[in-house]
Ligand binder design. Structure first.
Ligand code: MN
Length: 131
């Protein structure tokens, strides 16, 4: 991960996470890796950002204010023309069953917390078929 990918087109990643610390870590590592990154702090803001910017991939925390990640994922997957956007759930390791519920809601994969920045980059690049 030492080298930054340099290219003309930057894929747009939406980070949905109410924890500021986590959001900053994921933001920084993805920007460093050459992605364009936008953020949302809750499920409602996530839907607004999806409509406004149509990200190429979404990292979705599940436990969120206003609208949880499962509901937001379901709604995005039901939106015309948005169902193909890969959504990776960020699940709390301690919560058994979160992963199953995430997949049921329509998430394409999940990462269990605590999540290393390296894992985030690997998963994002895998889902975008960049590796
Ligand atoms: Mn949360």
């Amino acid at each position: 991960m030492a080298e930054e990918r340099r290219k003309e087109f930057k894929e747009l990643i939406l980070i949905v996470e109410d924890n500021l610390h986590n959001r900053q870590i994921f933001h920084d590592v993805l920007v460093h890796r050459g992605f364009e990154v936008i953020e949302a702090e809750d499920g409602e803001e996530a839907l607004e950002q999806v409509r406004r910017r149509r990200p190429d991939l979404i990292l979705m925390d599940l436990s969120l204010p206003l609208k949880d990640g499962w509901t937001a994922t379901k709604e995005i997957k039901e939106m015309d023309g948005f169902a193909q956007i890969p959504i990776i759930a960020l699940t709390a390791h301690a919560m058994a069953g979160d992963e199953d519920r995430a997949i049921e809601a329509g998430c394409d994969g999940y990462l269990s917390k605590p999540i290393s920045p390296k894992k985030v980059v690997e998963e994002v690049e895998k889902r975008l078929s960049l590796t």
